[in-house]
Design a protein around this ligand. Structure first.
Ligand SMILES: [Zn+2]
Length: 219
């Protein structure tokens, strides 16, 4: 076992130093987890089309207490507003209940479900265009169709492994990125740091062709 040759004290010192380095030099990276989908509370979901059925939950069949008569449009609006007031008495949350007669649900915009974004700021050591080493062919894990995108390497605490593994996208220095391969744990002995490799999904705003054109035009 190679590990046994390293003195525990050395290991511990190395781990502590790596932690200090990450803490000291790190920038915060925004990690988006898969959004949570929940059925729209304001309309009926149509499983056949995977969309909103276009029918409001406040309708002639559900709004009662109208003396046996079908509810008027005004009564259905009132029922929805009352439900919204119950959900959000202070009036500072998003609309969840709003009457509509037919067509597009104003709460989910016809999707039939609501998405809750989940994101977290994580401290990482950020290296743009890392030299991944001549011994490893760094192009082997670049997904197809991403030629021309920039690689970014992040070093962070291994406790963030699951968060990164389940992320849908990340934002590094304001630039949208996607993970190019699962994160790897690196270090001596015990887990010390986790290395995340990602690539940009945004194209640069000015491409090099335009810059060259400008130069030739000016000269
Ligand atoms: Zn809806």
């Amino acid at each position: 076992m190679v590990q046994n040759r390293i003195h525990p004290k050395t290991k511990r010192r190395y781990m502590n130093r790596m932690r200090d380095v990450i803490k000291g030099l790190s920038r915060t990276v925004l990690v988006y987890r898969q959004p949570i989908k929940s059925e729209c509370p304001n309309c009926y979901y149509d499983k056949m089309t995977s969309r909103s059925s276009g029918r409001c939950v406040f309708n002639e069949d559900t709004v009662t207490g109208t003396g046996g008569k079908p509810p008027t449009t005004y009564q259905m609006i009132q029922a929805a507003d009352a439900r919204q007031a119950l959900y959000d008495p202070n009036g500072n949350m998003a609309t969840r209940y709003k009457y509509f007669s037919c067509g597009r649900c104003p709460v989910c915009n016809g999707k039939g479900y609501l998405e809750t974004q989940r994101r977290r700021w994580i401290a990482c050591l950020v290296t743009w265009d890392p030299n991944l080493g001549a011994s490893t062919n760094n192009m082997t894990f670049t997904p197809a169709g991403t030629e021309g995108s920039t690689i970014v390497q992040l070093k962070t605490d291994p406790k963030n492994l699951d968060l990164f593994k389940n992320s849908s996208r990340i934002v590094v220095d304001g630039v949208e990125c996607k993970l190019s391969r699962p994160p790897i744990i690196r270090g001596l002995g015990n887990q010390t740091t986790m290395v995340v490799t990602a690539f940009t999904t945004e194209k640069p705003k000015i491409d090099t062709d335009e810059i060259i054109k400008d130069y030739t035009g000016g000269g």
